[in-house]
Every structure is written in structure tokens, then in C-alpha cells.
Write a protein that binds this ligand. Structure first.
Ligand SMILES: Cc1cc2nc3c(=O)[nH]c(=O)nc-3n(C[C@H](O)[C@H](O)[C@H](O)COP(=O)(O)O)c2cc1C
Length: 200
């Protein structure tokens, strides 16, 4: 049975893409607020709405973030992964490129959740659900996003934006007009996910 609401929603859902390079076309504040207003309508545990949406437009801060992210990542590669000097240089090149792509967007949004919320043990769910709304609302307005967990390491994000200990970091996403919309990555068939009634 045709249903226009479903079709419109489905078009946004299917059209959302992880976008790793952006144009410098401006993102008006009004659009950022519409996107975040949609994010806050996500369900949350006990309806606590434990979110903070950190919005960043300052280029100098983004440059600081780039430097901190590369430093933290390379430290990790050196101390925890025991990479050789050559591997580190390769990592520096690829990671700097990845980060430059993310930071080519005019706006960054970090989704944080309050660890002091009553139902804090569910806060990551609350954060992820807000992120889903954010990404879909952004797509509906023509913007790309990334569900960015640790491509830009949390340590770097916390350091550069002075995030208080009280807030748990969930994701950092750019918001911007894509340089181009990536091809949709292949999806598994619906059948491969389905289990009816019980596992045999
Ligand atoms: C939990 C999670 C973590 C992710 N982390 C990153 C990330 O750190 N960097 C990145 O570029 N993409 C990240 N992604 C995006 C996925 O790579 C992407 O969603 C997937 O390849 C499907 O592509 P699509 O989003 O365009 O449909 C993440 C996605 C999820 C759900």
C-alpha cells in the first residue's frame, strides 16, 4: 500500500551517507538549529534528555583539533601498537588526510551525554539515538555527516573543547555540503537479518 510519509522518510534514510569531504559552502545557523531541534526529539531513558550538543565553527579551534588528533593517534600507534617509524609516517599521512576531510566542513557537532543523569547507564543509547535524528535531519536539509567515534580521538576532542568530566563523549560529526555524495555502500539483504519467533 503506497504511503507518502513512509516514502519521504525512506528517501531520507536511504540517502543519508557518511561524508568524508565537504565544500566550504556555509551552513546557516538556522539549519544547525533545525538539525539539533530534530535531534532533541529522540527518545531517551526516563525522558531525561541528557544531551549537550557542542557546536563548533571556529576554524582556529578546528586546526587545534586536527593537530591534537594527529598527535594523540600517533602516540597511540607508537606506544600501544608498537608501529615502526615508517608505519607511523604512513599513518600520519593517511590520518591527516582523513581529519582534513572531516574538518573541511564549516560546522562540527559533538554529542555529549550527562553522566549525572538518573539513568546514566543508558546515556550512550540516548546519545546514539539523538545522533540518528541529527544525521537524518541533516540529510533532509542536504547536508552530510559522519557518525565519528574515534577517527578523531575523544582525548583530543576533550582537550581542545575543554569538555567537563561530567559529560560522556558519544560522537563528533561534521555538518556540511558534501564535495560529492558517496555511492551507497552495499547493504545485506533483509532476509539475512530476520529471525521469526525463535532461533532454531
Ligand atoms: C559505531 C560507528 C562508528 C563509526 N565510526 C566512524 C569513524 O570513526 N569514522 C568514519 O569515517 N566513519 C565512521 N562510521 C561510519 C561507517 O563507516 C558508515 O556508516 C558505513 O560505512 C556505512 O556507510 P553509510 O553511513 O554511508 O551508509 C561509523 C559508524 C558507526 C555506526
Amino acid at each position: 500500500m503506497p504511503n507518502k510519509t513512509y516514502d519521504a522518510l525512506r528517501q531520507v534514510i536511504e540517502g543519508r551517507r557518511t561524508v568524508r569531504r565537504y565544500t566550504d559552502a556555509p551552513v546557516p545557523e538556522d539549519d544547525v538549529r533545525r538539525i539539533l531541534d530534530a535531534a532533541r526529539y529522540a527518545p531517551s531513558s526516563g525522558n531525561e534528555q541528557p544531551w549537550k550538543f557542542l557546536v563548533v565553527r571556529d576554524r582556529k579551534r578546528m586546526d587545534e583539533l586536527r593537530d591534537a588528533a594527529v598527535r594523540v593517534t600517533l602516540d597511540y600507534c607508537r606506544t600501544k601498537l608498537g608501529m615502526t617509524a615508517e608505519q607511523i609516517e604512513e599513518q600520519r599521512r593517511t590520518h591527516t588526510e582523513y581529519i582534513a576531510g572531516c574538518l573541511s566542513a564549516p560546522v562540527l557537532v559533538a554529542i555529549l551525554v550527562d553522566k549525572q543523569a538518573k539513568w546514566a547507564r543508558y546515556s550512550r543509547h540516548d546519545g546514539a539515538l539523538a545522533a540518528a535524528n541529527l544525521m537524518l535531519a541533516a540529510r533532509a536539509l542536504g547536508y552530510g555527516t559522519i557518525y565519528g567515534t574515534d577517527g578523531i580521538p575523544e582525548t583530543a576532542v576533550r582537550e581542545v573543547f575543554s569538555i567537563p568530566e561530567r559529560y560522556e563523549f558519544v560522537i563528533l560529526t561534521p555538518v556540511g555540503i558534501p564535495e560529492s555524495w558517496p555511492e551507497p555502500p552495499e547493504r545485506k539483504d533483509l532476509e539475512s537479518f530476520l529471525v521469526y519467533e525463535r532461533f532454531e
